[in-house]
Design a protein around this ligand. Structure first.
Ligand code: RIB
Length: 304
């Protein structure tokens, strides 16, 4: 039977979102507006969005670490409601569940500070036990809010088991060649691409630079402009922006879901752009992930 499952390895955070007209500068106090707590974390966001987008038999599984606290219970419950299998999310009493402080301005732009807590207690020795999850998977998604040694080992296992590996190099950091070589797709935004390449480059030159660093495929995420891959721009969809938090996570989920359905790259990128565009029209990380029906309807009615 064709592989359809998606495995995400990554962080789970509770996001504390505060809104204001403008983001505070160092030393400045800003009187803001509303406050909300929303399920987040790059890994959990990707799993949640993928589960909402999957159509048909595919299962979405998440591997991660949380504390023994109320935030963990809330995150598990909301992921479960979206259809994510969280059996590989392990609780530890040694650190609290990760949290993220998110400031959001009137234009929907954000600034995020993560206190990773239990996410950093994911140990490399435990990764081998995840091999059976990757065995039947079509795609394996990774980001950089868990220890790099864990990401690297899990990418190697996913590759050995025949899954397509998709690395979101976020938060931005330099990466060793051995990690990029394990990525079938690396999907940086502009900041992350500059960090990886060590310089600012035009999209075609940036793609060439990242391929030369070992990645098999590159998707440059360009925000509202869409994305660039294989020497071609895939335009974004124009929407009214409420909150850009997790747009990149939703993009990666959409890309993985479409690849798992064996769609071609151009079609997968269009689907990912549409999912990301819809996500920025709503507040929050996991609260903003669109359903499959919403993305399909949007793709069929709108030409970017
Ligand atoms: O990508 C958005 C996410 O980054 C937020 O949900 C926050 O938790 C941080 O991990």
């Amino acid at each position: 039977m064709a592989r359809r499952d998606i495995v995400v390895l990554g962080s789970l955070n509770m996001d504390f979102i505060a809104r204001a007209e403008h983001l505070p500068a160092p030393g400045e106090t800003v009187l803001g507006g509303g406050f909300q707590m929303v399920a987040g974390g790059k890994g959990a966001n990707q799993a949640n969005a993928a589960a909402r987008l999957v159509a048909g038999p595919g299962v979405v599984r998440l591997a991660g670490r949380v504390g023994n606290d109320a935030f963990a219970a809330h995150l598990r419950a909301s992921l479960g409601a979206a259809g994510v299998d969280t059996a590989a999310v392990v609780a530890t009493g040694e650190a609290p569940t990760g949290i993220a402080m998110i400031w959001l301005d009137a234009a929907g732009q954000n600034s995020i500070l993560v206190a990773p807590g239990a996410n950093l207690l994911f140990d490399v020795e435990s990764v081998e036990a995840l091999r059976p999850l990757y065995r039947g998977a079509a795609c394996a998604l990774f980001q950089l809010e868990t220890p790099l040694a864990v990401v690297r080992r899990a990418m190697a296992i996913a590759r050995e088991e025949g899954a397509v590996t998709i690395l979101d190099p976020a938060p931005a950091q330099e990466l060793p060649r051995e990690v990029l070589e394990l990525a079938d797709w690396v999907t940086p935004n502009e900041t992350e691409a500059r960090m990886l390449a060590g310089r600012e480059l035009e999209p075609a030159a940036m793609e060439a630079a990242l391929l030369a660093m070992g990645a098999r495929g590159v998707v440059l995420k360009l925000g509202a402009a869409g994305c660039f891959s294989g020497g071609v721009f895939s335009p974004g969809f124009a929407v009214d922006v409420v909150d850009t938090t997790a747009a990149g996570d939703t993009f990666n989920a959409g890309f993985a879901v479409a690849l798992a359905e064996h769609r071609n790259t151009a079609d997968a990128l269009r689907f990912a752009n549409a999912a990301a565009a819809l996500s920025v029209t709503k507040l929050g990380a996991q609260t903003s992930a669109p359903s499959r029906a919403e993305v399909d309807a949007y793709c069929s009615f709108l030409v970017p």
